[in-house]
Ligand binder design. Structure first.
Ligand code: BGN
Length: 295
């Protein structure tokens, strides 16, 4: 009799445990599904080519039009995460935007970020000449705080002030790399980026010197707002020429950039409107290995 009661008690406990697990699983799945649905719903609003405008915006609206320029090569896994993160983020901010992914291919083994920004700027304006503001964005950086607004201001903005990789501290005050926002007219005034930096490092410092030359001070949002996560990666080929290039920044500033884009050794292979972004495929031919000398 005692044994039977004990067995019944054990059976009851097992049934309770199973029931509880099933219930918890159900709750978890439904939360996950809701989150996923929300994300998909937000993405579902994105127009072909990665365009979105806040509801109610009409042709007479005066709100700023923003082009997000993302230079890219060989980082499919980052691009996927980036797009899933950025569309909902930008929509929560009510930005009128388009995401452009400017992808490098061709014989040049190093990544020419400055040149890709210049091509992105030029092609985006061909696509829609009414852009007022350009966000220059590394594909591996994800903004953490919705208060970090993706709009332009009177002076160029450096938005990636506090990155987790640098313990959420700005490495140095002249840094302009990572994520920045600049008006169409300032970008033109500065002659864009140098086309000559291929490989990691220096192109942003060169741009920072261009800003100084035009007495454009870098503005920054508060450090607790301008926070970013950097996606992990292991391959970055440094640019060994960046030191010599930077030494002669002033001699190049007037010519090397938007003004010399037609001789920069690239051509646009295709422009296509994909589901979550406008894709600009750029062929960059292999550069000579010689060190750049202005004289
Ligand atoms: C700097 C790089 C920048 C880069 C930052 C942050 C150079 C030039 C050296 C004279 N500058 O060191 O391009 O954005 O680190 O990673 O390498």
């Amino acid at each position: 009799m005692r044994q039977m009661r004990l067995r019944r008690l054990i059976l009851l406990q097992v049934a309770c445990a199973l029931g509880l697990t099933a219930y918890l699983n159900l709750v978890k799945t439904s939360v996950e599904r809701k989150t996923l649905q929300k994300a998909v719903r937000t993405d579902g609003n994105v127009g072909f080519g990665g365009k979105w405008s806040p509801p109610g915006r009409n042709l007479s609206s005066t709100s700023e039009k923003v082009a997000i320029l993302v230079p890219f090569r060989d980082r499919e896994e980052h691009l996927d995460i980036f797009l899933r993160h950025m569309h909902p983020f930008l929509q929560r901010q009510g930005i009128d935007y388009v995401i452009y992914v400017i992808e490098q291919h061709g014989g040049e083994p190093m990544f020419c970020k400055g040149l890709l920004y210049n091509v992105g700027y030029t092609e985006a304006l061909k696509d829609d000449p009414t852009y007022d503001c350009f966000i220059l964005h590394d594909v591996d950086l994800l903004p953490e705080d919705d208060r970090n607004l993706y709009t332009c201001s009177k002076s160029p903005l450096h938005l990636s002030v506090a990155i987790d990789k640098f313990d959420y501290n700005l490495p140095y005050t002249d840094l302009f790399g990572g994520v920045s926002a600049i008006t169409k007219s300032h970008y033109r005034l500065l002659n864009g980026y140098s086309n000559l930096f291929c490989g990691w490092g220096g192109e942003d410092d060169d741009m920072s010197l261009r800003l100084k030359r035009h007495m454009l001070e870098i503005s920054r949002p508060e450090k607790d707002v301008a926070r970013y996560k950097m996606l992990p990666h292991n391959h970055t080929k440094e640019n060994p020429q960046r030191y010599i290039l930077l030494r002669h920044w002033l001699a190049r500033a007037m010519t090397d950039g938007l003004k010399s884009l037609h001789t920069a050794g690239y051509n646009v292979t295709s422009t296509s409107h994909r589901e979550l972004y406008t894709h600009i495929l750029v062929n960059i031919s292999k550069r000579g290995g010689e060190v750049y000398h202005p004289w």
